[in-house]
Design a protein around this ligand. Structure first.
Ligand code: FMN
Length: 312
């Protein structure tokens, strides 16, 4: 916003401070939605997001899973994109292109070893990312070959490696695992400055006439309104226990779903499937609705609402 008016005309009461991120309002896109190309970033900036979150980058280019990669559902969406991205080599230029829009930039990286995390985090940080989101649900991770997060020790090593080389604060993006609060605490101990909660939930759909799983990869991730109450619970419990800076994500489609995550303890929210289903115009609708809600509730600033459900 340098020199211009704040995105979505947000009032000063909506400002939020997070490690590395000074935001005009709390609403940004979720990784994987419009954050992989300059055109997509341009649409997001024009739509008024307070920060640009990039698609997850891996060390090597990935072409992604076979089609179909996404299925719309009445209550959200099922996707198995497979982290398709052009790899480390192209990360610095995307970060620099994103920075040109004058908004804080969150680079997302997915690493399966500490050495990979160092390379990706160093590249993102050197290119000028304001924060790094470490996607710990990496489909090519060693061991189970699916979700690095299920091996908490390995995940902590990856967080530590990224944080030790990056000038920009590192946020650990967690999916739903058993003992989420303990896992989150371990990521913070390992050097994460904040958390992004939550990623999609493992899910699948089967065509009853052909008996074939519908997604090319058979299993994928569920997102959208279906996972919103799960995200609210995750943020509520992790914030209650750790008080960490949290960016809430999962099923935000309107101001009230954003407000719920904030009351649970999130200082900012990300919108993924909401943008896919309703267009990026939804961003300013959420911001304006949050502003009305703060006024009606008598909160002087958004910061006063953060975690208010913990005290209710
Ligand atoms: C099409 C699609 C692609 C995604 N790609 C990524 C990704 O590259 N990295 C990541 O961390 N999360 C990715 N996600 C997960 C989202 O960032 C978000 O955590 C999840 O979708 C829940 O939010 P939502 O309900 O607002 O979509 C993707 C989600 C979708 C729907």
């Amino acid at each position: 916003m340098p020199g211009g008016s704040p995105p979505c005309g947000a009032s000063p009461g909506l400002r939020v401070e997070l490690p590395g991120l000074s935001l005009a309002h709390p609403v940004m896109n979720a990784s994987g939605v419009l954050g992989s190309s300059v055109d997509g970033l341009k649409r997001l900036a024009a739509a008024g997001v307070s920060a640009l979150v990039l698609k997850s980058f891996t060390l090597e280019p990935r072409s992604g899973y076979p089609t179909p990669i996404a299925v719309p559902l009445p209550y959200g969406m099922l996707n198995a994109v497979g982290l398709s991205n052009p790899g480390l080599e192209k990360l610095p230029s995307l970060v620099r292109n994103a920075k040109a829009f004058g908004l804080p930039v969150v680079a997302s990286i997915a690493a399966s070893t500490p050495a990979e995390a160092e390379k990706l985090a160093a590249a993102a940080s050197e290119a000028g990312a304001d924060a790094i989101e470490l996607n710990l649900s990496c489909p090519h991770a060693k061991g189970r070959g699916l979700v690095l997060l299920w091996d908490r020790k390995a995940a902590a090593e990856v967080v530590n490696a990224a944080a030790s080389v990056s000038r920009a604060p590192v946020y650990a993006k967690l999916g739903l695992v058993d003992n989420l609060v303990e896992t989150a605490s371990k990521m913070l101990e390992a050097g994460a400055a904040g958390l992004v909660l939550i990623n999609t939930l493992p899910a699948m759909m089967i065509d009853v006439y052909s008996a074939y799983p519908v997604l090319g990869n058979r299993v994928g991730g569920l997102s959208g309104p279906a996972i919103h109450p799960v995200a609210v619970r995750a943020v509520y419990e992790v914030y209650g226990e750790t008080g960490a800076p949290i960016i809430g994500v999962g099923g935000v489609e309107d101001w009230s779903s954003a407000a719920e995550l904030i009351l649970a303890g999130a200082r900012a929210v990300q919108v993924g499937t909401g943008i896919v289903r309703h267009g990026e115009e939804v961003v300013c609708e959420i911001v304006k609705g949050l502003e009305r809600w703060l006024n009606i509730r008598g909160y002087e600033s958004l910061e006063d609402a953060v975690g208010a459900a913990q005290r209710a």
